[in-house]
Design a protein around this ligand. Structure first.
Ligand SMILES: [Zn+2]
Length: 412
């Protein structure tokens, strides 16, 4: 995707917003606020927050939102942190969020180390940077006193990564039907706009059988062989390249002894697609092959000894919205307004999956700065120019929600 045509309404709203003295002051404020936001990022990264165990970081973030003076600051029953900046008019409620959880288990050395202008620490980018950037956005609103038509909710969400499957975002939206648009800050770069949601389905497949001595019980069907037969068949699946649809058997274990016919074998398979229908098709095909593995192993030995059980252990809905939807156009315009050439990213597995699968306009925007080694112990962040991320969020929130008495909200 080269570029996006932005319609006249969106252009006019941004032109009007950019003329406002408070907006210009807000943008300068955010640039000057960069060092403070990075100090906060360094403070938060040491609060470990593996998926499903984000509580300590949530409490810290809750305190930060309270100290800033947002309204209704609380941790919800799912563990998400929320705070509100009330609007003055009748505009829509818009959410700006980043996720609290990281992929690192407790005990990981998360102490930030600064070297050659970069900060090294597991989790320093993903998504601690998003949390910190959004604090800068809140300060810009409070510093300038600019008022919006609709309410803005700021949040730190739980359970985005891995088997969390974006459950925090899903629950937050279910509890807040008043939210009419969402902005998530996640992913590298300042230019990226994610507007689609790649669906994910993970299965755990387990084969069991009687087992026995490798020599003495020869002739007994093997769960390991059944799993291997299934995996060989799965390997030959040919999903479409467009819409992008993928799969991999990512984990396998089984057997207990070199001189024994196994009693159990388990594998896990990850399937993804940008299109919900293709994901359904791939899933149906895979399930048939899980069963074929057991059936063919039993047939090989003429004994009905192997059982197969499978369980869907993760289901993240796929979804999409038109590339020319207002929120994508507005995100494009906001990115250009901070001097960055925007880039539309096809697909994506971010918190944006949840709103767009529910029909709520949503984008995920990059965190700004430069980054590398994300999800590895060598994760690093180079803050140069990262203030453009909160600048962009500030402008996009104003455009979507509407500047009170000045611009109509871009979202209904
Ligand atoms: Zn992330």
């Amino acid at each position: 995707m080269e570029s996006l045509l932005v319609n006249d309404t969106v252009k006019a709203v941004f032109a009007r917003i950019m003329e406002l003295e408070q907006v210009q002051r807000g943008l300068s404020f955010i640039e000057a606020d960069q060092d403070r936001a990075i100090a906060e990022q360094n403070e938060m990264v040491v609060i470990e927050a593996p998926t499903f165990a984000e509580q300590a970081r949530a409490e810290d973030y809750c305190q930060r939102l309270q100290d800033l003076g947002l309204q209704d600051v609380h941790i919800d029953r799912h563990g998400n942190v929320l705070g509100k900046l009330p609007g003055k008019g009748q505009g829509p409620t818009v959410l700006l969020e980043a996720h609290l959880d990281t992929v690192f288990p407790f005990g990981t050395n998360v102490t930030p180390v600064e070297k050659d202008g970069k900060i090294y620490a597991p989790g320093i980018c993903d998504d601690t940077r998003g949390l910190a950037a959004n604090l800068s956005v809140i300060r810009a609103f409070l510093e300038t006193g600019i008022e919006t038509e609709g309410d803005i909710i700021f949040a730190g969400t739980v359970a985005e990564e891995g088997m969390g499957g974006m459950a925090g975002m899903k629950a937050l939206l279910a509890d807040h039907p008043e939210i009419k648009a969402t902005i998530s800050i996640d992913g590298a770069g300042c230019d990226t706009i994610v507007y689609e949601g790649t669906g994910i389905r993970n299965y755990e497949v387990t084969y069991t059988g009687p087992g026995g001595h490798a020599y003495g019980a020869f002739g007994t069907p093997s769960p390991l062989h059944a799993a291997a037969r299934a995996i060989a068949k799965l390997s030959d699946m040919r999903p479409p390249t467009s819409p992008k649809t993928t799969f991999t058997v990512s984990l396998i274990e089984g057997g207990h002894q070199i001189h024994a016919i196994a009693q159990q074998a388990t594998f896990k398979i990850n399937m993804r697609s940008d299109d919900p229908k293709e994901l359904d098709k791939l899933e149906a095909q895979a399930i048939a092959l899980f069963e074929a593995g057991a059936r063919e192993e039993n047939a090989r030995w003429g004994k009905d000894a192997i059982c197969v059980q499978y369980e869907r252990i993760l289901d993240v809905p796929a979804g999409t919205q038109p590339v020319d939807s207002v929120i994508v156009q507005a995100a494009w315009q906001a990115t250009e307004a901070v001097g960055v050439t925007p880039r539309l990213v096809p697909g994506g597995c971010t918190n944006t999956n949840m709103p767009i699968s529910m029909g709520i306009p949503a984008v995920t925007l990059g965190r700004g700065g430069k980054e590398g080694g994300v999800h590895s112990l060598g994760e690093w962040f180079d803050p140069e120019g990262t203030y453009r991320c909160p600048q962009k969020s500030f402008l996009l929130l104003l455009a979507l929600s509407g500047v009170y008495g000045v611009t109509r909200p871009l979202i209904e």
